[in-house]
Design a protein around this ligand. Structure first.
Ligand SMILES: NC(=O)c1ccc[n+]([C@@H]2O[C@H](COP(=O)([O-])OP(=O)(O)OC[C@H]3O[C@@H](n4cnc5c(N)ncnc54)[C@H](O)[C@@H]3O)[C@@H](O)[C@H]2O)c1
Ligand SMILES: O=c1ccn([C@@H]2O[C@H](COP(=O)(O)OP(=O)(O)O[C@H]3O[C@H](CO)[C@@H](O)[C@H](O)[C@H]3O)[C@@H](O)[C@H]2O)c(=O)[nH]1
Length: 475
């Protein structure tokens, strides 16, 4: 089939390359020259493991091409997929401007019977409103609009697409449903489950899936706080609950709070949809607040421990190495990453920050002025009072703690991904403060702050009898 993919970002590029890999003829259309330029030159403008090889192979086979929005490929497309951004707008609700703009651009140029498939994450009712927009632009209702949400994760996007847990297609038009079934036949013939619904249900499935996964993480993060307070160990507790087959072991890793381009924005849009339609999602509203407060409170925890290590009244400049800018390992994406909350709060408190990330340094540097950058974690740690791990990169899991300790001037190690063994850290002379387990003797136990109403986006972290004000994320 002839496919045109509008938007060659994390989803469009991966999905387009995978559809070409499955035998379709795909043109990826990109309006941003900073992305289109490298793609046309044979480079990949994002980091996604394995993607460069698939793109290269499909280009050479002639099944994958890159074009600007003027491409004639639109006129012969069987399916045009929209994989443009759907960021948060006012009040957390979705901003559909890119979807509407793309639909307006392509509508007059499609052949009758073509199908528009919305791959972007969009709120319930979007496919229907886009169908009306397209019909108005064409003066005819001869192009159907279906919902085909994407469930891939960054860092494992290829495998997530090619061996998906399920494909969801929401189509209100039977002929369009048939076209989509043919598109995905190479995967469904290999046993990938295929869920056919109406457009509204498909749109709701996407948000419900993300909300459900985010809730697990929100729950396990608060459970970690309880473990710390009670003297438990979150790893043992999640192992114990995860063996219940109704719960399962995945997505139970406590950490700095969920980030990325999807969970924060999609939970906000889900909650906003509930408010707009008079069906409040109060559980999700609480989750959003808890997750934001958690990220903000991390910096308070670091500052509190640094303060506790200052001797007497003399205050000397404090230095912190922050390892991990990406919102998770395996990607260069920093959207809503914990680092974007933690680092500005540290610098606002007068701390000198040196950052490191194996893939996301450039993206982070553009958003974090005033931060120094190091090429490896040991250089980042040089002279640092504390080292803070925010992303679960494999190279941080394998850190040589003795070497790290030698480079540092202090001995605080905040392992906010629980990558390291506290005993090994102690042997290296470091006080390793993880998530959801007892703090090492002599270090300050966790005290978890919240961002109370009217705090203007600042979190207050309980500190002795007073409150420490910590600047919130700019994101
Ligand atoms: N990133 C993920 O892991 C993921 C997974 C599933 C779903 N989603 C959803 O998929 C959508 C895209 O996400 P993303 O992370 O790939 O975003 P992205 O910002 O990386 O990519 C979107 C691309 O679309 C391009 N674009 C916008 N308007 C265009 C137009 N009219 N013509 C051509 N190109 C245009 C932009 O320049 C950009 O490169 C969002 O709705 C997101 O919620 C993302
Ligand atoms: O046990 C866990 C799992 C994840 N996270 C965090 O949760 C966030 C999201 O992680 P993940 O879901 O792995 O990455 P995404 O690439 O954002 O993928 C999510 O968002 C996509 C966009 O909607 C969906 O397609 C995917 O199915 C959904 O998993 C990151 O900050 C992770 O560090 C945890 O803290 N603990």
């Amino acid at each position: 089939m002839n496919i045109v993919m509008i938007g060659a970002g994390y989803v469009g590029l991966t999905t387009g390359a995978c559809l070409a890999h499955l035998g379709h003829s795909v043109t990826c259309v990109e309006s941003d020259p900073r992305r289109l330029g490298p793609l046309r030159a044979g480079d990949i403008p994002i980091y996604e493991p394995g993607l460069a090889d698939v793109v290269q192979a499909c280009r050479l086979s002639g099944r994958l091409q890159f074009a600007d929005p003027d491409t004639p490929a639109l006129g012969t497309a069987d399916v045009v997929m929209l994989a443009v951004g759907t960021p948060s707008g006012a009040d957390g609700d979705i901003d559909l401007a890119q979807i509407h703009e793309a639909a307006r651009q392509i509508a007059p140029r499609l052949r009758p019977g073509a199908v528009i498939a919305i791959k972007s994450t969009v709120v319930a009712g979007t496919a229907r409103s886009v169908a009306a927009l397209v019909a108005r632009a064409r003066g005819a209702g001869d192009v159907a609009v279906v919902s085909n949400p994407e469930f891939l994760r960054e860092g494992s996007a290829l495998a997530d697409f090619l061996t998906a847990d399920r494909i969801v297609v929401g189509a209100d038009d039977p002929a369009a449903a048939g076209v989509m079934a043919a598109l995905y036949a190479p995967l469904t013939e290999q046993g990938v489950p295929y869920v056919r619904t109406g457009t509204i249900d498909a749109e709701l499935i996407k948000y419900a899936a993300n909300a459900c996964l985010a809730l697990r993480i929100g729950f396990v993060n608060e459970l970690a706080d309880l473990c710390e307070a009670a003297g438990g160990d979150i790893a043992r507790v999640t192992e114990g609950i995860g063996l219940d087959s109704r719960i399962g072991p995945r997505f139970l890793q406590a950490g700095p709070g969920f980030g990325g381009s999807c969970f924060p924005k999609d939970t906000r849009a889900f909650a906003a949809t509930g408010r707009r339609l008079g069906a409040r999602q109060t559980v999700i509203e609480a989750l959003i607040a808890a997750n934001e407060a958690r990220k903000t409170a991390l910096a308070g925890r670091i500052l509190q421990a640094l303060d506790a290590r200052q001797n007497g009244t003399e205050r000397r400049p404090r230095r912190v190495a922050v390892l991990g800018m990406a919102f998770k390992a395996g990607t260069d994406d920093v959207r809503d990453a914990a680092a974007l909350s933690v680092v500005p709060a540290l610098t606002a408190a007068g701390v000198t920050v040196t950052g490191h990330d194996p893939k996301a340094r450039d993206q982070a540097a553009a958003l974090l002025p005033g931060v120094g950058w190091a090429d490896d974690p040991y250089d980042a740690a040089a002279g640092a009072d504390a080292v803070v791990i925010l992303t679960e990169w494999e190279e941080y899991r394998r850190l040589d703690l003795g070497r790290l300790a030698q480079r540092m001037s202090g001995k605080l190690l905040f392992d906010f991904r629980n990558l390291l063994c506290p005993d090994a850290a102690a042997r290296a002379g470091l006080d390793c403060i993880g998530i959801g387990r007892a703090a090492p003797p002599g270090t300050t136990p966790a005290q978890h702050g919240t961002a109370p109403k009217g705090s203007g986006g600042h979190a207050r972290v309980r500190r002795g009898t007073g409150w420490l004000q910590v600047a919130a994320s700019p994101s």
